[in-house]
Design a protein around this ligand. Structure first.
Ligand SMILES: NC(=O)c1ccc[n+]([C@@H]2O[C@H](COP(=O)([O-])OP(=O)(O)OC[C@H]3O[C@@H](n4cnc5c(N)ncnc54)[C@H](O)[C@@H]3O)[C@@H](O)[C@H]2O)c1
Ligand SMILES: *[C@@H]1O[C@H](CO)[C@@H](O)[C@H](O)[C@H]1NC(C)=O
Length: 458
């Protein structure tokens, strides 16, 4: 599943990272109003973007069920003031970023959602091994965009250009494919999160359905056609009770709109593979965590709230059943994603005519050992050296499932996928990153008194 146990839908607290480049970045609040007609029609989405300058996102919200205020403001904005694409300097940046340094086997990859959690890690890994890579991201404010900007700054430092734009912008995608003969697309841009769908269903249709089609349209028209690897989700298993989840299990009973859009994506992938000869691999990620993670996910907001001395809510199923997740460390997910790119066969429809059947694959990428959320909290307490204030609450019926467990034998066999980071180790690295990133410049974090209760340090 994607998001996780209790939701923390409010604005994410604006602890200021002390990386100096971040101070240079302005923070804006945008609010927008999405209208979408009907998702089977997938018609017009009207977007009004008002913006109010507001340098500080100061409201912090506890990870409680009752704090779901202020989310109206968080409706998504799409792109903002990026340099006009098409000008020669912009084109040069795209080409430079796409340059392959690893010959003869290097690939050139368009990574959508590159300023996101998984996207930034995958992009960085590709660049480090010498592949050409161009990012695309709309920097929407589903969660604190300054985190996305910080990831972008790191990528920029290693020579990766993340284009600011929406995957629904067909002309922009065509321009990118005109400039670069991408061999692969790693499509990770999406509206993530399970519970947010009840607030803003249109954003899921916009990014996960219409956006996916837009990316596949650009890919099938490109010459040569790239191979596609994209992020589905373990949430497609929905109400399936057979465990561990295998790729051959039924996925026709999704429990959230998010899951339904990912399932729809897998079906859409089938169509583009069948008609246009696109080589497509769908990856079902299981609850990914690690440094630079998403603020709307359990590891992150439990850490934040434990440090702030706030009571955290732990969900329980019927009969006090514990909620457990197959938490998967980011490096393992990156390894599986790159292995998917490396084993992807070429698309067969370049030039507009399908030459023969193309590859179509689905893989679970999980960790294969579910851990209860109670255990997750205990591990965090040990790493943070702060006692958590717990509260147990009934899990609301809003899309999350009780238990996820991946069978990854197919990915082992076909991709050489070997998840080898357990939750202990992975959380240790996450906590280390969190403390460094959000510590006040003075470093007072590490003093005994500074821990846990500080309003400045969260
Ligand atoms: N993190 C998990 O546990 C998990 C689990 C299962 C599946 N997934 C999937 O993996 C992918 C990456 O997830 P993540 O955790 O890195 O999330 P993320 O939100 O950090 O990254 C997604 C990025 O895509 C961008 N984006 C969203 N809509 C866009 C649009 N219309 N145009 C351009 N950019 C857009 C966002 O700004 C964001 O930076 C997503 O498809 C998600 O659904 C994640
Ligand atoms: C895992 O999936 C494989 C097929 O990929 C199957 O052969 C195997 O029996 C499954 N294992 C379990 C424990 O269900």
């Amino acid at each position: 599943m994607d998001v996780d146990i209790p939701s923390s839908p409010g604005k994410f607290k604006s602890e200021k990272p002390h990386h100096h480049y971040l101070r240079l970045l302005l923070r804006w609040h945008y609010s927008s109003l999405h209208k979408f007609l009907c998702w089977t029609i997938v018609a017009a989405i009207v977007l009004f973007v008002l913006f109010l300058a507001s340098p500080n996102l100061s409201s912090s919200s506890p990870a409680s069920l009752h704090s779901s205020s202020i989310t109206e403001r968080r409706s998504l904005r799409t792109s903002s003031s990026s340099p006009a694409w098409g000008d020669p300097a912009w084109e040069k940046r795209v080409r430079d970023s796409a340059r392959i340094r690893r010959r003869p086997f290097g690939i050139s990859v368009l990574v959508t959602g590159a300023a996101g959690f998984i996207g930034s890690h995958a992009t960085n890994a590709l660049k480090r091994r010498g592949d050409g890579v161009v990012g695309l991201d709309n920097f929407n404010d589903y969660y604190d965009p300054s985190l996305k900007r910080a990831r972008q700054a790191l990528l920029s430092h290693s020579g990766v250009f993340v284009v600011e734009g929406d995957i629904n912008d067909g002309p922009l995608l065509r321009k990118l494919f005109d400039l670069v003969a991408f061999t692969h697309v790693l499509h990770l841009a999406a509206q993530a999160g399970v519970r947010y769908a009840m607030k803003n269903p249109g954003s899921y249709i916009h990014s996960n359905v219409a956006g996916l089609v837009s990316v596949l349209e650009a890919a099938r028209s490109a010459n040569p056609q790239p191979a596609i690897v994209w992020a589905s989700s373990s949430s497609v298993y929905g109400l399936n009770t057979e465990v561990p989840f295998s790729e051959s299990h039924r996925t026709d009973s999704p429990a959230s709109l998010y899951a339904a859009t990912k399932k729809a994506g897998e079906e859409i992938a089938h169509v583009y593979n069948h008609i246009y000869g696109l080589s497509i691999t769908s990856l079902r990620f299981f609850t990914v965590y690690g440094p630079w993670g998403r603020p709307d996910m359990a590891c992150f907001f439990f850490t934040r709230d434990i440090l702030a001395g706030k009571t955290i809510s732990i969900f329980q199923g019927p009969d006090d059943a514990t909620v457990a997740r197959d938490f998967t460390y980011i490096d393992d997910i990156v390894q599986g994603s790159l292995a998917s790119l490396d084993t992807a066969q070429k698309s067969t429809g370049s030039g507009g005519t399908k030459q023969g059947p193309a590859q179509l694959r689905v893989f679970n990428l999980g960790n294969t050992s579910p851990v209860s959320v109670v255990e997750l909290v205990s591990i965090l307490e040990r790493h943070l050296k702060v006692k958590a204030k717990r509260k147990f609450v009934k899990m609301p019926r809003n899309g999350d499932v009780l238990f996820t467990h991946a069978n990854v034998s197919l990915a082992k066999k076909e991709l050489g996928y070997h998840p080898n980071t357990n939750l202990q180790t992975g959380l240790k690295r996450f906590v280390k990153w969190y403390l460094e990133y959000y510590a006040p410049p003075s470093g007072s974090y590490l003093t005994k008194k500074g821990r846990g209760g500080g309003s400045s340090s969260s």
